[in-house]
Design a protein around this ligand. Structure first.
Ligand code: GDP
Length: 510
């Protein structure tokens, strides 16, 4: 019965030849065995994953409320094209240049800090469009506390205005409306606020809680009122963070600077970043050499909500990636290694399902072969045993594959039973005395077939044929798949070549 046969095949100590040949040809266990053998071979590394302790690093649990301190809100400006986002950002930035003693050139680093005369601060993200906002949202990260929605008073609510509202609502980020271009004679701020009602943005004068400030980004009118409204909202929201402990943050931009090398702008969300800190983000890590603000000034440290340029990355991290501080360089390497390893495992899993696809193909071939065999009448029994032996070999092989010794998977084809057997005997004796493992994936009589190539390809093996042929299309297929295909008419030459290939797989010191 099925279980008995399966048991016999999985337990290679049992002799398959003792089984009734007709049961041997049951399709369901062939399928089972093929799947199991393939799975076993490919899964060796996957099992390893489960046993290895998780070497990744993650955000810390939420801070004790007693350790939270107010921090500046982080603001993203959104709105329809041409409604004045860039102009607003420029005016806000300019308002700062005048007041800094350096008075120099501000660089675009993806964010900048605005200081109010009252001492409060706001961090503005100025990555063009919603790009930063969207890519971070896509990664489940959110750096923004408040969205300032710019709506031109002469144009009203447009489709990107609606999109921006949607983005903010999905991210559960509150909105402040900047009714812009109020300096224009045709400006109609009232209409803007009325139109917003349709999108559930209810301004204060309609009984809602959304602040709307009438501004002119171009002339700089009322920008202070906009900033004050932002600070007031942040206070209501109780925007806070823990300034101590391991740093957590987000990458908002990355670039390579000619002088400074790989750079990223990060926004700190927790802890205080200092020179010498070791950081990981995605599969990159850094030992912080320098911190720069948007004025190109070096900073000693950067606390929550501050955006800083970080110098010291080994590779460039991507925007939107989570930034985490770790205790040591050793730990950073470990985390990066782990993440790289995990990614490889993911690839392996994909490869494995590709192999399973291929195995289905083998089964179809097998069915065809079986139909042919049953028409042969008296030879049926012998053929069945032969097939079962092939499977047994494949099984043994997949087990051997799990060992770390160098391996040479083989498909052997011969003209008659006797020659195949002779080759197998020679190989068996060689196998025993060498440290390289031979794996006969498949052996059989007749010309090299597509199935042979499939099999060798799946297990990255070679095909050796003795006194057999391979059609042009098979030779081509083998070439395409990179499967070595060797045909011989003199047995000792073939065995010599085999031994040579085998020796080439041995480590040089053996
Ligand atoms: P963005 O596409 O939203 O970044 O819009 P821009 O900031 O590039 O502004 C588009 C146009 O509107 C530019 O020609 C600006 O000079 C103009 N603009 C922006 N803000 C104002 C404003 O407050 N008043 C007036 N009159 N024009 C403005």
């Amino acid at each position: 019965d099925f279980d008995h046969v399966l048991e016999a095949l999985l337990n290679t100590s049992m002799d398959i030849d003792s089984l009734e040949p007709d049961t041997v040809l049951e399709e369901r266990w062939v399928k089972e065995v093929l799947t199991r053998s393939g799975m076993k071979f490919r899964s060796a590394k996957l099992y390893e994953t489960r046993e290895r302790p998780n070497r990744d690093t993650h955000r810390r649990p939420p801070a004790d409320p007693a350790n939270l301190r107010p921090r500046p809100p982080v603001v993203t400006i959104m709105g329809h094209v041409d409604h004045g986002k860039t102009t607003l950002l420029d005016s806000l930035r300019k308002s700062q240049i005048v007041s800094t003693e350096h008075g120099g050139i501000t660089q675009h680093i993806g964010a900048f800090l605005v200081k109010l005369p009252t001492g409060e601060k706001i961090t503005f993200l100025d990555t063009p469009g919603h790009a930063a906002f969207s890519s971070m949202r896509a990664r489940g990260a959110n750096a923004t506390d408040i969205v300032i929605l710019v709506v031109a008073a002469d144009d009203g609510v447009m489709n990107q205005t609606v999109e921006s509202i949607q983005h903010a609502k999905n991210a559960k980020v509150p909105i402040i409306v900047a009714v812009n271009k109020c300096d224009k004679p045709q400006a109609d701020p009232q209409r803007v606020k009325q139109e917003l009602l349709a999108y559930d943005v209810v301004c204060e004068e309609f009984g809602g809680d959304v602040q709307a400030i009438h501004v002119s980004a171009l002339k700089g009118d009322n920008l202070m009122a906009l900033a004050e409204a932002t600070v007031a909202l942040a206070e209501v929201m109780e925007v806070k963070a823990e300034p101590s402990g391991l740093v957590e943050g987000l990458i908002i931009e990355s670039r390579t600077d000619k002088g400074k090398g790989p750079l990223s702008t990060v926004i700190i969300q927790r802890g205080t970043l200092k020179r010498g800190c070791v950081l990981v983000a995605g599969k990159s890590w850094a030992k912080v050499r320098f911190l720069f603000d948007e004025n190109g000034q070096t900073l000693k440290e950067a606390g929550p909500s501050v955006a800083v340029e970080v110098v010291g990355w080994k590779d460039l991290p991507s925007a939107g990636e989570l930034l985490l501080e770790v205790e040591s360089e050793q730990r950073a390497r470990e985390v990066v290694d782990w993440r790289t390893y995990e990614e490889e495992q993911e690839k392996l899993r994909e490869e494995q399902s590709a192999i399973e696809q291929k195995q289905k193909l083998h089964l179809d071939e097998y069915k065809k072969e079986r139909e042919k065999l049953s028409s042969l009448g008296w030879r049926k029994r012998k053929a069945a045993i032969y097939q079962a032996n092939k499977l047994k070999y494949a099984m043994r092989d997949s087990e051997k594959m799990q060992s770390s010794e160098p391996q040479l998977p083989l498909v052997i084809k011969g003209d008659v039973d006797g020659s195949v057997e002779a080759i197998l005997n020679i190989l068996d004796s060689y196998d025993a005395e060498e440290q390289c493992q031979l794996h006969v994936l498949h052996f059989g009589i007749g010309d090299v077939s597509e199935n042979d190539v499939n099999m060798a390809d799946t297990f990255r093996g070679s095909i050796y044929g003795f006194n057999v042929k391979a059609s042009k299309s098979i030779v081509q297929l083998a070439e395409q798949r990179g499967v070595p295909l060797k045909l011989h008419n003199i047995i000792y030459k073939m065995v010599d070549e085999l031994k040579e290939e085998l020796s080439s797989k041995l480590p040089p010191d053996v």
